[in-house]
Design a protein around this ligand. Structure first.
Ligand SMILES: CC(=O)SCCNC(=O)CCNC(=O)[C@H](O)C(C)(C)COP(=O)(O)OP(=O)(O)OC[C@H]1O[C@@H](n2cnc3c(N)ncnc32)[C@H](O)[C@@H]1OP(=O)(O)O
Ligand SMILES: CC(C)C(=O)C(=O)O
Length: 515
């Protein structure tokens, strides 16, 4: 296995993401985590760009001791001097000089001829060499540059003292095969190339930054540059966690490894997301919220039988505690039963069926069924004695408007199997509903207490209602849940009446037995 160096530029190119602005303390916190993560080099910033960035790079250079700290600079003397002032306290001060080599950048941006570009690059590398032992030189926009010209300038900057040569795909323009060929070409056509390390630096404009980086490694790159979570200018940079895990998981095919502590990935990703405010999309490879989550029944069943059926990466490898079986409309019975087992509740096959049916019904209305929702369903089934004939709510409707009297219409099935219907007005929707249900039940009922809560958060959370009734002098409690508050309220009322029925029936049974 050959060792590939990881050059992290989260604090420089990552910070160039529109809208991201890290202060010194934030940069220092990220730098500490990058050191723990084990990156070989970290580009802490661009010292000449602002006083704030100078201070941040200096603080990082003075603090971080196990990772080489680098600062970016243009090929301008003052940029080099400022970079030195910021970095001289580092364990191993290093500078990253860049100058564009593509025709469009040279002509329009730099307004220099190719000869002037060579001369500037060489003289500034020589100047920087008086201060820095380690100099990375980047041919900005290398992938849109003339390859022969690239080979010529690279040979000269190596002679001037560069120790690392970087071929950036500045605008994310290249493709894996082409980028691989460029590395091969430079390796074969620059006579002194063996004196330096070769680095790749990819942007993700066409979504190929990680694939391009791996192609570069296959063709001679010994260093990969990128950022955590792939943040960076425009569509971002190659996501380092993706590169590292791809090399690890496909070590059967790629004979390369990094020195990164992969189980620090999640922590590193979290701190970068939090401090930059650039949150990771749910389906992001390696560390997205869904990267280890399974929703569909067939996948969940496979994962429960053997996680490797649908997981090529273990969550633990990247510091994620465990996978999640997300219960939703595509889930099946196996995952459902597994979740019930987690609650420590024993359900018979019939109860599982009933709970599963209720769960599936709920998924038609709710995007994500939470553990709280499931627990409520399971508990309702578990605490409901189904062997006794009970009242059943067939359907109901409540009419409410600020200008008219709320009125409820309810259809109930009674314990002896009859269907009864009535409508009553009330002061409010719940009162109208309760008065109507009461009118259909041939018992003397008094409502003592009524409560309504939401289970979990979100606008589609389940409603749970608790009531206390006195039925024919007996105090009984009832509980009901549903997505709609009125349905939950009706369920709670009927549940309390049914509990009364069970109580009475049980007492009658006892009397019969003693007779
Ligand atoms: C591909 C990359 O990611 S490169 C890094 C990009 N990062 C940044 O630009 C972030 C920090 N930048 C900044 O804060 C500012 O741009 C500064 C402080 C560096 C410069 O600010 P200003 O002096 O106002 O110049 P401005 O940014 O408008 O223009 C850039 C100048 O640098 C020149 N320049 C660009 N690259 C280089 C280079 N590698 N070497 C020398 N000069 C360069 C441009 O030609 C232009 O020069 P001009 O003023 O003679 O036309
Ligand atoms: C400074 C260089 C390496 C850069 O960020 C790029 O070309 O994208």
């Amino acid at each position: 296995m050959s060792q590939i160096k990881i050059f992290d530029t989260t604090l420089r190119d990552g910070e160039q993401s529109p809208g991201v602005n890290l202060n010194k303390l934030e940069k220092l916190e990220i730098a500490r985590q990058l050191e723990r993560f084990g990156v070989d080099r970290m580009e802490a910033g661009f010292p000449a760009s602002s006083k704030g960035d100078f201070e941040a790079v200096k603080a990082i250079a003075d603090t971080i001791k196990n990772t080489s700290v680098i600062g970016l600079a243009r090929t301008i003397k003052s940029d080099v001097d400022i970079a030195w002032d910021a970095l001289k306290g580092a364990e191993n001060p290093a500078i990253h000089l860049f100058l564009a080599t593509s025709p469009i950048h040279m002509e329009y941006k730099l307004k220099k001829t190719p000869e002037e570009v060579i001369e500037t690059a060489v003289s500034m590398v020589s100047y920087a060499k008086q201060k820095f032992k380690e100099i990375e030189w980047s041919a900005e926009d290398a992938t849109r540059s003339d390859w022969k010209f690239l080979a010529e300038i690279i040979e000269k900057v190596i002679d001037a003292g560069a120790t690392v040569i970087n071929l950036p795909d500045t605008v994310g323009y290249t493709t894996p095969v082409e980028y691989g060929k460029l590395f091969r070409y430079i390796s074969e056509n620059v006579p002194n190339i063996d004196q330096v390390e070769l680095s790749c630096h990819c942007h993700n404009d066409l979504g190929m930054a990680v694939a391009n980086s791996i192609a570069a490694v296959e063709n001679g790159a010994t260093q990969v540059e990128g950022t955590i979570n792939g943040i960076g200018e425009r569509a971002g940079n190659a996501a380092l966690e993706e590169v590292a895990v791809a090399l690890k998981i496909r070590s059967d095919y790629y004979p390369y490894e990094t020195g990164l502590k992969l189980n620090e990935i999640k922590r590193t990703s979290d701190i970068v997301a939090k401090l930059t405010g650039m949150y990771v999309q749910a389906n992001k490879a390696i560390i997205g919220r869904n990267a280890f989550a399974h929703e569909s029944g067939i996948h969940q069943d496979g994962v429960l039988k053997n996680a490797e059926t649908y997981e090529i990466i273990t969550p633990e490898l990247v510091g994620v505690t465990s996978n999640t079986l997300f219960l939703g409309k595509h889930s099946g019975r196996h995952a459902f039963k597994d979740k019930v087992k987690e609650f420590g509740v024993e359900l018979s096959e019939a109860e599982v069926k009933e709970a599963f049916d209720q769960f599936k019904k709920l998924t038609d209305h709710k995007k994500e069924v939470t553990d709280d929702d499931l627990y409520t369903i399971v508990m309702e089934i578990k605490t409901d004695s189904s062997s006794i004939n009970k009242y059943q709510l067939e359907k109901f409707q409540v009419q409410y408007g600020t200008e008219n009297v709320p009125t409820a219409t309810v259809v109930l099935k009674t314990p002896d199997g009859k269907t009864v219907e009535n409508s009553c007005p009330g002061q409010g929707s719940v009162e109208a509903l309760y008065k109507t249900i009461d009118s259909l039940i041939q018992e003397n009922i008094k409502l003592v207490d009524y409560q309504l809560n939401s289970v979990g958060g979100g606008k589609d959370a389940l409603a749970e209602s608790h009531v206390q009734l006195i039925v024919n002098g007996e105090t009984v409690n009832g509980r009901g849940s549903a997505q709609d508050v009125l349905q939950a309220s009706a369920n709670a009322f009927i549940n309390a009446v049914n509990r009364y029925m069970i109580k009475i029936n049980t007492a009658k049974m006892k009397e019969l037995v003693s007779e």
